[in-house]
Design a protein around this ligand. Structure first.
Ligand code: AHR
Length: 508
């Protein structure tokens, strides 16, 4: 088949919320303690801890739009008051959630990284905060006091306490989550959907009394884990939900129970095809969430979806010490394209997690490195514009086999395209994922409704092979190369290299 891509810049498909390129940190294993923070006295659970400056700089470079904290499952056992005030006076506690799984997921909680440290980090890297309150073992009143600590003026009780802790001005946290995976038996505060809905209303009511106009995220569920949850919960609390949280991890630990780890890590062709195709499964599951919202609340409810945890996860070892490959970077870009297509209702997404635990970045001892899945964030956060425009792509398809929770998919397009326009309409970016494992794909590329004679930059995320990966001593095996060919060299035909993601950035 002749492969062709047509971009029509005059056909605007609406805005993409930049929140879809978001992140998530949690006091689990070595994400925060031992990851984001390094221990100045190794072995001492109390620390002292200090931020890893190089790593924080690398986080700033991907312009994180939002960072979710403190969990995750940890949030439902977290008492925010234990994490404020002089660090040496904060209690050293058992990690109320993750200690149940033993030392590797973190038994002790030093509380050295609390609300003020989180907000300073968020400010430093230019991100927005998103805080999850303790629904599981906490109360609506505690959540309301936390809102006051974060957002209240100095003449409130908690606002004064914050000022005494060194921050005069309110921090201003606009987005708040209430609970995490409450549908799961594994969650602290596990509830039935209607019970959750009723208590959610109590929490939201108490928090609203302190600060009006905040955005609230309610616990939603992927059908794979709890099919009826969304509809029942929304029928109780839907009028007061702004965003419905959905978590999706593929292929999922429960289905392949770790035995395929070496197969996935070595990466056969079937595993490669399943993983690069799996963003289509994420898209399908998110559409189910949209159907639930529309089914209960009607098509104009304005309730959006926050995919506030997502990633590839197949085994506890890979969870704790991931070794992401180029294949996995293609998966991340595929998720971005799925979220572009669903931008009418997906308003935020947070990859799990930022450091070490399935981490975009990894750190150990005095070192850190940018994994292959860091580069999709670098590419899209810098180059994608806020408006989505039409692309039509004719290309070959391939079939992908089932892998754990990823079903077999018969007709996966070899190229996955998405195009965006800058706010001023002067920059058009065409992203093209070539999912082919071994061959470049030549495609005719044409632009409609965009200035002729524009200049073009080419940025290509690639590496020597689909299983190429970055590590401490070889940070850039997978990375982005940039060039500025003459326009004529790119149009009318361009060859997209095997297993790559290309951004063609046209400027008038
Ligand atoms: O990201 C790790 C954990 O996975 C989160 O705490 C939880 O929400 C999810 O199940």
């Amino acid at each position: 088949m002749e492969t062709s891509i047509v971009v029509d810049a005059s056909r605007d498909l609406g805005e993409i919320d930049s929140g879809i390129y978001g992140h998530f940190i949690e006091n689990m294993a070595r994400c925060i303690y031992g990851g984001l923070l390094k221990n100045e006295k190794p072995g001492h659970a109390r620390g002292p801890w200090s931020l890893r400056e190089g790593l924080v700089k690398a986080v700033g470079e991907i312009n994180p739009p939002v960072i979710r904290w403190p969990g995750g499952l940890y949030a439902d056992g977290y008492y925010w008051r234990e994490g404020i005030g002089p660090v040496q006076d904060r209690p050293l506690r058992r990690n109320r959630y993750w200690s149940r799984y033993g030392p590797l997921t973190r038994v002790l909680d030093s509380n050295a990284f609390g609300s003020d440290e989180y907000m300073s980090l968020v400010e430093e890297v230019g991100s927005e905060p998103y805080v999850n309150v303790n629904f599981g073992t906490g109360s609506a009143m505690e959540a309301a006091r936390w809102v006051e600590y974060m957002n209240g003026p100095r003449d409130t009780v908690e606002g004064r306490r914050r000022a005494e802790n060194g921050r005069e001005k309110p921090w201003g946290v606009r987005t708040w989550g209430i609970g995490n995976e409450t549908y799961g038996l594994w969650a602290l505060g596990h509830s039935r959907p209607h019970e959750y809905g009723q208590r959610y209303l109590e929490f939201r009511g108490a928090m609203e009394e302190v600060d009006e106009g905040l955005t609230y995220v309610a616990v939603g569920a992927d059908h794979y884990l709890s099919k009826g949850w969304n509809r029942e919960m929304l029928s109780v609390a839907g009028d007061r939900v702004d965003l419905l949280s959905v978590h999706i991890y593929l292929p999922g630990m429960e289905r392949i129970a770790g035995v395929c780890y070496s197969r996935i890590r070595r990466g056969s062709s079937g595993v490669y095809r399943a993983i690069v195709a799996s963003p289509l499964e994420i898209e399908r599951r998110l559409l189910e969430a949209e159907e639930d919202i529309n089914g209960v609340m009607g098509p104009d409810s304005g309730i959006g979806v926050a995919l506030d945890e997502w990633n590839l996860w197949w085994n506890p070892v890979q969870l704790l010490v991931p070794r992401w490959t180029l294949r996995d970077a293609l998966f991340v870009c595929g998720v971005f394209h799925a979220l572009h297509r669903l931008s009418r209702f997906v308003k935020m997404a947070n990859i799990a997690q930022l450091v070490n635990v399935l981490g975009v970045l990894s750190a150990s001892g005095d070192r850190f490195y940018r994994s292959s899945v860091y580069y999709p964030f670098l590419m899209y956060c810098r180059l994608a514009g806020p408006e989505r425009v039409t692309t039509e792509c004719r290309c070959d398809e391939f079939s992908a086999p089932r892998l754990g929770g990823i079903p077999s998919i018969a007709d996966v397009p070899v190229l996955d395209c998405s195009a965006t326009l800058s706010g001023d309409g002067k920059t058009l970016t065409l992203f093209v994922i070539n999912r082919h494992m071994s061959e470049g794909v030549e495609a005719g590329v044409s632009l409609k409704g965009f200035g002729a004679g524009s200049t073009v930059e080419v940025h290509c995320l690639n590496g020597p092979a689909p299983d190429s990966y970055n590590w401490y001593d070889k940070d850039e095996e997978v990375s982005i190369t940039s060039s500025m060919p003459e326009t004529g060299e790119v149009l009318p035909k361009y060859t997209f290299p095997a297993h790559s993601v290309t951004a063609l950035v046209f400027t008038t």
